[in-house]
Design a protein around this ligand. Structure first.
Ligand code: CDP
Length: 245
């Protein structure tokens, strides 16, 4: 259960850490590591958009945007549950959704589906409802700008696109045993999604003015975590209260 910290004006601060940035920059890894370190819960907001895309693809494999109708949105109800230090979409058996929302087809369409304002409203409402109950580290594209503009800590993660493509390829190899795509195709998908995500009308990917930027091009997992913890120690030490570091 969350414990809301009181600000000097006695307005409770929702303990949300917002992590935004382009595809494959290391947001999810940092969010997972921070949740562990701080005793919070990691929510990957992209998993919600990916789940909606996977469902829309089932209805319209050739053009899933056709599935995004008022009727579809009205009955949209993604089951969500905590598992370990994570909270996210689960299947009927309560298992977290994984490879089924990370297929090349979902990668191909997810940014188009995420452009729809009604889709965004749905995901945002789910995220805000979770934040009422749990202290969260949330990663996405618009968490610090649109979903939780008052988050006490915001990170914007950047990284060289080639490094991002290599990391994503390594992840895919690990998940699938063999990579179905080459680096060029992965890089193209990443750049295309970045373009659509940055240029869309509703809540585009952009850096919040009060976000702390971490460029992970030359940082490994431990170094990026330490940089983030150091910033939290300065900006919002109450999030570290009771923790040894
Ligand atoms: O893991 P990766 O960085 O590749 O992407 P993701 O976080 O799984 O997000 C997949 C897609 O969902 C993004 O390319 C965006 O189009 C969309 N998304 C969004 O619009 N807003 C968010 N807060 C999170 C994801």
């Amino acid at each position: 259960m969350r414990s809301a910290h009181q600000s000097p004006s006695e307005t409770p601060i929702i303990p949300v850490i917002a992590i935004d940035g382009p595809a494959g920059a290391g947001k999810s890894t940092l969010a997972r590591d921070l949740a562990e370190r701080l005793g919070m819960y990691h929510v990957d907001s992209g998993a919600f958009y990916r789940t909606i895309t996977a469902w829309a693809l089932k209805a319209h494999p050739q053009n899933p945007e056709k599935a995004i109708t008022p009727a579809f949105l009205e009955q949209l109800d993604i089951p969500v549950a905590p598992y370990g230090r994570r909270i996210g979409p689960v299947n009927r058996q309560g298992q977290p959704l994984g490879t089924e929302i990370r297929t090349p087809e979902v990668n191909r369409w997810v940014s188009e589906i995420s452009r729809h304002p009604r889709v965004r409203e749905y995901v945002n409402a789910r995220l805000r409802a979770l934040a009422v109950r749990w202290p969260l580290v949330i990663d996405g594209r618009d968490i610090g700008t649109a979903v939780f503009p008052d988050a006490p800590v915001k990170f914007f993660i950047t990284c060289d696109p080639h490094v991002r493509a290599q990391r994503r390829l390594a992840e895919m190899r690990q998940a699938a045993g063999a990579a179905p795509l080459d680096e060029k195709a992965v890089l193209e998908n990443i750049l295309k999604r970045d373009r659509i995500d940055s240029q869309r009308a509703t809540a585009p990917l952009k850096q919040a003015p009060d976000a702390f930027v971490i460029d992970t091009t030359h940082l490994d997992r431990t170094a990026q975590l330490e940089k983030a913890v150091e910033y939290i120690r300065q900006k919002a030490p109450f999030l570290l209260a009771g923790r040894s570091r």
